[in-house]
Design a protein around this ligand. Structure first.
Ligand code: GCW
Length: 670
């Protein structure tokens, strides 16, 4: 499926004259796009900038053209009114788009930026009048694939993959035929993605060798991604000096270990000169790490950083470190605290090319979590915020769940009244776990493509309204559909995250899913396990007391005003109540209803909302591509089955535990 990106995407404007004076490999990619589009839609390339409707320039070429074309001067600042100013200082990866008196200009500060910026033209039906814009907000917009080479016995080829097989690997290693990777790279470039880690952060023996034996094959992938302005990254295991290098230790302070990383990294750059760097999951869920050698995570990250620095590479070091062998009887340990406890004291100790990659919430990509306090705690460390495009805990691409609003809420969240948002704190960029695969629709569920699209767009422009991104996506994906059909798709998706939340996890209580695969309800599935994921329901109440006064003290990891807001039962937002507090079932929410009644009401309403979605989608039959319609119909049927299962299990559980009947007397199974 072409997804949101038609074959001849960069259709020219006006009379179709396009001026594209640069040269080089990335400009060749862009020229290919333009030539293809002009062949299909009419128009052609021109050498004469003053006649062009569309000028695609880099800083290098824009200067010369500016004297002759007013729209270019406008893009470069000269003619702009105050308040419309774009930073004049060039910044790698930055692009400016402008439209002036019918002439459209894209100026990239480098060729990759020009390529990514040119795709803004895709959205031109939505940009009318004289406009100017600058992007991206984040220097690195990264996707992390959890792809394996040999299929893992439990997780399969792609860990948490819900979209077919790996795009990159088969049983032997990197696929021989990378034509699908090329189409994927084009798709990603159109949203501004510029970095991809191709293998799983859980690095097994076979994938570990990507770093050494398989380098020629990694180079083949990098060559494809490079054409689209995307750098290739690898996940590496911290014990690689032992497992691959045969050294007796991987102690980060051991000189032989440092030398091994330096030499190994130099060989990577011989094969892949623009290699992006390493992604590391250390001391987490069984992966090796510096703790094994009595060192801390700054020591661990820095040894890799020093190996990468001479080549311009980065270590993305994950802050997802916690004890997954916890004793559930021990009420003092709190998994939510772990990342802050481990990393906040290390602020200022990381090499400049370390990016600490922090999951957006303190737990693990639940449908609703507070923002991780680590993001506020490390002003002297480059931070990347990690989101999950892969719908592990949000319906596994069998349920419609448009996550744009959830992510936007995270990115706009301000830790203090000075208004410093998560997006501005993410100086190291944004990353997302995303496991698009060989599925005919790339993402399994055709409507899940919207999440992939929205992530790239938000990484470029974090303040864009997620509803507007949805509109863009619907518009681009269903260009031939009638306006009422598009409106219908939009309506169905716009609130799908809230709908998903309503029939699954209430009030910020996470993890009521089946253990292992994480699909479907199992309220107590994780309650007596070592994973640190509890809700502590008994006959009297439910929720985790994370207060400083009587609980685990997690609220104390937030700066004011959030510390006090979360600490207080009255001020804590309803949607996170059970994340922060243990309350009786009869506790009244600020919405006026009780906790238990809220569970009943939202679960019944959630199922009704899905029933409506099913009806709304059925009415589109014959008015959208047949294959998309059929695929979504099938998945919606599963969503409805699953939503009813969630409703019945959750309502019954809360009824049995609380003994409090539904005020509306609806049928709850005893
Ligand atoms: O969400 C959890 C997943 C694991 C994953 C881990 C992580 C790659 O269930 O499958 O491992 O997070 O983020 O490292």
């Amino acid at each position: 499926s072409p997804a949101w990106l038609p074959d001849a995407a960069l259709a020219p404007l006006g009379t179709g004259l396009v001026h594209l004076p640069d040269d080089g490999p990335l400009t060749d990619t862009l020229r290919g796009e333009v030539e293809h589009a002009t062949a299909v839609h009419g128009g052609r390339l021109t050498d004469r900038p003053e006649t062009a409707d569309l000028l695609l320039l880099t800083r290098r070429t824009a200067g010369a053209v500016a004297a002759r074309v007013e729209a270019v001067r406008y893009a470069l600042d000269a003619d702009r009114r105050p308040g419309e100013l774009v930073t004049a200082r060039p910044r790698p990866g930055r692009w400016v788009t402008a439209r002036r008196s019918g002439v459209t200009v894209v100026v990239g500060d480098d060729p990759a930026a020009l390529l990514h910026g040119a795709f803004a033209l895709l959205r031109r039906p939505l940009l009318d009048g004289d406009v100017v814009g600058e992007a991206p907000a984040h220097p690195v917009r990264m996707l992390d694939h959890w792809d394996n080479i040999g299929a893992h016995p439990v997780m399969g080829r792609v860990e948490r993959g819900y979209a077919g097989d790996s795009l990159f690997f088969d049983d032997d290693g990197v696929r021989a035929d990378l034509s699908r990777v090329e189409r994927y790279a084009r798709l990603l470039a159109s949203t501004g993605i510029n970095a991809v880690a191709i293998n799983n952060v859980n690095v097994h023996a076979r994938e570990a060798r990507l770093l050494t034996d398989d380098l020629p094959d990694v180079a083949r992938v990098a060559e494809v991604l490079r054409r689209w302005g995307i750098r290739t990254h690898l996940s590496v295991g911290f014990a690689a000096p032992v497992t691959l290098g045969g050294l007796p230790t991987a102690d980060p302070l051991d000189p032989d270990v440092a030398a091994w990383w330096a030499a190994t990294t130099a060989r990577v750059y011989d094969a892949v000169p623009d290699f992006g760097g390493y992604l590391v999951k250390a001391d987490s869920e069984g992966q090796p790490g510096p703790f094994g050698y009595g060192r801390d995570h700054a020591d661990g990250a820095n040894v890799l950083a020093r190996a990468l620095a001479p080549h311009g590479g980065t270590v993305h070091w994950r802050a997802f470190v916690y004890d997954h062998r916890q004793d559930w009887r021990d009420r003092s340990t709190d998994r939510a605290r772990a990342a802050h406890d481990h990393f906040a004291p290390l602020d200022g100790r990381f090499e400049p090319n370390v990016v600490l990659q922090v999951k957006h919430g303190p737990m693990d990509f639940q449908v609703r979590e507070p923002v991780s306090p680590v993001i506020a705690a490390m002003p002297r460390t480059a931070l990347a915020v990690e989101l999950q495009v892969t719908q592990e805990y949000t319906g596994q691409q069998r349920h419609v769940c448009y996550l744009g609003p959830a992510w936007s809420q995270v990115l706009r969240f301000a830790f203090d009244d000075a208004g410093d948002s998560v997006a501005t704190r993410a100086t190291g960029g944004l990353a997302a776990v995303s496991n698009a695969g060989t599925s005919p629709f790339w993402t399994g569920h055709p409507l899940a493509q919207a999440n992939l699209y929205a992530f790239g767009r938000l990484a470029c422009e974090p303040s864009v309204d997620p509803d507007r991104l949805l509109e863009e996506w619907v518009h681009l994906t269903f260009p031939k559909a009638a306006p009422d059909v598009r409106a219908s798709v939009h309506r169905l998706m716009a609130c799908s995250w809230q709908v998903y939340e309503s029939y699954t996890a209430p009030l910020g209580v996470g993890f009521m899913v089946r253990p292992g695969h994480h699909y479907g309800p199992d309220v107590d599935g994780y309650e007596y396990t070592p994973w640190g994921t509890y809700h502590f329901a008994d006959r009297d109440g439910i929720g985790v007391d994370r207060t400083m006064a009587t609980g685990t003290g997690y609220t104390g990891q937030y700066p004011e005003p959030w510390r006090s807001r979360y600490e207080s039962l009255d001020a804590c937002p309803d949607e996170l109540l059970l994340f922060f507090h243990h309350v009786p079932y009869g506790h009244r929410l600020s919405s006026g209803t009780t906790v238990v009644q809220h569970v009943y009401d939202t679960h019944f309403a959630g199922v009704e909302a899905v029933e409506q979605m099913v009806g709304e989608w059925a009415a589109l039959r014959g008015r959208l591509e047949e294959d998309v319609h059929a695929e979504v119909t099938e998945r919606l049927a599963e969503q409805l089955r699953s939503a009813r299962e969630w409703r019945d299990q959750l309502c019954t559980y809360f009824w049995r535990h609380s003994g409090i009947p539904d005020e509306h007397g609806r049928r709850i199974h005893p």
